[in-house]
Design a protein around this ligand. Structure first.
Ligand SMILES: NC(=O)C1=CN([C@@H]2O[C@H](COP(=O)(O)OP(=O)(O)OC[C@H]3O[C@@H](n4cnc5c(N)ncnc54)[C@H](OP(=O)(O)O)[C@@H]3O)[C@@H](O)[C@H]2O)C=CC1
Ligand SMILES: O=C(O)[C@@H]1CCC=N1
Length: 267
């Protein structure tokens, strides 16, 4: 396997795969733009690291591209790369880079789009996969299963139609950042009411973890879980009405809508 552009996400995924015991260090090559960065990746991850993207792709069967969207064309759209990647599986995690663009650059490569998120680093990621259903760049069921195995080892995976990748880029890829803002704001409220900052952040983070677990581990709708907490004439309903006065639901939903629009423009 090779990882082209091993920055924040590349390192999160490779680190997660190795921690899960899924990937031996001698089975992966990562690339960086600068030699000094490649050297640091080699020291941190214990894997081969190079600035030579072409050689890394030539030696790999599975290529995971973790470059920024605007770098893709320059690195992938050339004859040497087309030849190096022909008949192989390429998985792109970039926001906004469509399967159509990838297919134009690499017409003989099996292509999968994946949208992971940074919690892959701790094995709690969510990754959403998309592939074309026909044509020379359509990944086979076996290749999709391989991609799923890769990302299952750092969290949970799902598949959607490719046209929904911008929506999952926003909800899933950007989602952790939106949650951090909410979490920080709730902790600020605790600080305002006298809690030490570290205590407030720990409590808020565990509240998010516990509440997320309740949604995932029970069959109950989030509204039913909310009702369990909301005692008549109690403090929870007082807080919830304050949230509703601030239009928090539409603000959060529009956050996803707006980020989806921007995601679509990034490629
Ligand atoms: N961050 C996130 O939470 C998520 C990001 N994504 C997607 O993942 C991709 C990467 O994002 P992220 O990891 O945050 O970005 P980073 O900037 O951290 O990583 C990109 C890496 O590519 C390297 N790079 C640049 N040019 C080259 C080159 N010519 N050859 C080899 N490597 C090169 C960069 O090195 P240098 O710094 O030296 O330029 C950098 O290390 C993006 O497409 C983004 O849309 C998807 C899901 C979540
Ligand atoms: O903000 C971004 O563009 C990337 C894509 C998803 C998360 N980060």
């Amino acid at each position: 396997m090779c990882v082209i552009g091993c920055g924040t996400m590349g390192e999160a995924i490779v680190g997660g795969l190795m921690r899960a015991g899924w990937l031996e260090p001698d089975r992966v090559v990562v690339t960086a733009r600068r030699a000094s960065v490649a050297e640091r990746l080699h020291e941190r991850l214990g894997v081969a690291a190079t600035t030579d993207n072409l050689a890394a792709c030539q030696g790999a069967q599975v290529v995971l591209v973790c470059l920024k969207p605007q770098r893709f064309a320059k690195i992938l759209d050339n004859d040497a790369m087309r030849e190096a990647l022909a008949g192989k599986l390429l998985i792109s995690i970039a926001a906004g880079v469509t399967l159509s663009s990838l297919a134009q650059w690499l017409p003989q490569t099996a292509l999968i789009r994946a949208m992971p998120n940074t919690p892959c680093l701790i094995g709690e990621g969510m990754t959403v996969l998309g592939r074309r259903d026909a044509g020379p760049t359509a990944a086979s069921d076996e290749q999709l299963a391989l991609a799923k195995r890769i990302f299952d080892s750092v969290g949970v995976t799902a598949e959607v139609e490719p046209k929904l990748m911008d929506a999952v880029t926003s909800l899933n890829g950007s989602g952790p950042a939106f949650v951090y803002v909410m979490l920080e704001a709730m902790a600020d409220g605790g600080v305002m009411m006298g809690l030490p900052r570290d205590v407030a952040v720990t409590i808020a983070a565990q509240v998010f973890r516990g509440a997320a677990g309740m949604v995932l581990d029970t069959d109950l709708h989030p509204a039913a879980l909310k009702d369990q907490v909301t005692t008549p004439a109690g403090c929870t309903i007082a807080g919830i009405l304050t949230m509703e006065d601030g239009r928090i639901r539409s603000v959060l939903a529009r956050t996803i809508q707006e980020a989806t629009k921007v995601a679509g423009s990034l490629g």
